[in-house]
Design a protein around this ligand. Sequence first.
Ligand code: G6P
Length: 608
Amino acid sequence: MCGIVGYVGPRQATPILVGGLRRLEYRGYDSAGLAVLDPTGHLEVSRSVGKLSALEQLLERQPLLGRVGIGHTRWATHGRPSEANAHPHRVGGVAVVHNGIIENYLDLKRRLQATGREFSSETDTEIVAHLVDEALNAGAPTLVEALRVALSQVVGAYALVVISERHPDEIVAAKNASPLVIGIGVGEMFLASDVPAMLEHTRDVIFLEEGEIAELRATGVKLSNLAGEPVTRASRRITWDAVQAEKNGYPHFMLKEIHEQPRAIADTLRGRLRLDTADAYLEGYEIDPRPLRRVVLVACGTSYHAGLVGKFMIESLARVPCEVDLASEFRYRDPVVGPNDLLIAISQSGETADTLAAVKEARARGGRVLAISNVVDSAIPRVSEGTVYTHAGPEIGVASTKCFTAQLAALALIAIHMGRRSGHLAAPEAAKLIAELAAIPTKMTTALTTLGDLADVAARYRDARDFLFLGRGTNFPIALEGALKLKEISYIHAEGYAAGEMKHGPIALVDDGVPVVVLAPRGPSYEKIISNLVQVRARNGRVIAVGTEGDQQLAEMAECVLFVPDVSPLLQPFMTVLPLQIMSYAIAVARGNDVDQPRNLAKSVTVE
Ligand code: G6P
């Protein structure tokens, strides 16, 4: 999740590129850089760590002059944020910017190193600069041909943009899975990851599609596919304004992030699952579960709820006992931790104070620590032995959505990895689960489409005093998460409960002023949860049921039913959380609240 820009035309490229990057900063902001071809065809690169303002200061001191250029604002996936890892990556006369992940980068790096090539960064992107340079040296007649040769070796997700001293009047770009838009000006052309970067210059754009390559010159653009066959597509006129465009047309970042979940999960799983070995790989981090006494999952807020689902996954697949603890409790309760305990610290931001303190506490007592984080090289990964990064991209809405489901994906990877090594997860079962996991993004897309905006549900329940959320098994943590989401942004009091506990207290609250959300997808506890639902109905409770597509019996029993696609119980949270996120969002909007920045809350809590 990075921001890319490009310009070719009669004007100075630098101010246009920097202006474009400023509009893309929401996509990531740990470092930034530009590469510009000067009037003699000489390539200059300028990069700097931190926000875009640091790069701007550098450019004031050392201006880059030229009329062809590319730029990048980075959200690290491989390698910590540093100047060496910032884009553009330059090899010889070639400069490359990239958004995405090159899956086979280690194999390619080894091959390139064997030919004597040296690397100056830890990134996967630098590989592409080497591959293009290699192809040009081997006689590729055009830059687009050299890019094609490079792409024939690359597996992964990318938006790649390349310039070269040997072809100083053009930019070439390729797209596979990561977005890329071309802006058509008069005698000039633009390129960016997203429309807002170019709206002040042009409203006529072409969205590149999978496997397409574009050659941009001041005079126009030529599209082709990976096989070199020409592609034609008419441009589209953008009618929305820049702020709307940053949100991709969504009214709030939270809604955009809800809809980004299929992509966030696909990116988190990408390159880490293999069907042939029926295994999950954690980028060099190996967990041998056999000597482990237990796993302790620690986190705060929404990440804690992901931990509760993780416990089900790890215990069921690896048969290693798990505890889940709130980081703020763990750190102060003199925890029993030793070398045979693995602490898994889950944090979107990677910097939550209590989670960081819990990690330090565990390490001081000799425990092993693995982090799950969405921010590369943030504080928690830095003090952990290893990190499984979620690739959800920056989350702007304070109420976490896409990072939660990306954490579930990371936990599923860890559970499969441990299960295979503990001997409890046989290859056929693992292969089945891997196939099902790989299908989750598509099923989520279907669910998001069929659920719609739930504005009618919001209109019906927006004035409720309290809400109850009930679930069992893997859906108990989702009941907690549903209640948290609603509290955070609608300011309606809500409680999540294990459905079996309902009769031990919360049932006293049930009346027609308290809607009860019952998570009842088909699965081993279906009959039990239906009994709970009936008990609520018997007390005049208003039931909103979340169930499996096509469950007519459930539809007849509830005042309102929200259907999700059928998946196996261990993976149900990926589906059942979706209607709860959308419903909370819709209720908050109906109540006129500030959805992205709810009162009193902060996105990352770096104080106790
Ligand atoms: C804050 C945020 C929550 C988040 C929690 C933990 O409360 O508002 O959305 O779940 O912190 O944050 P972390 O970055 O550690 O996941």
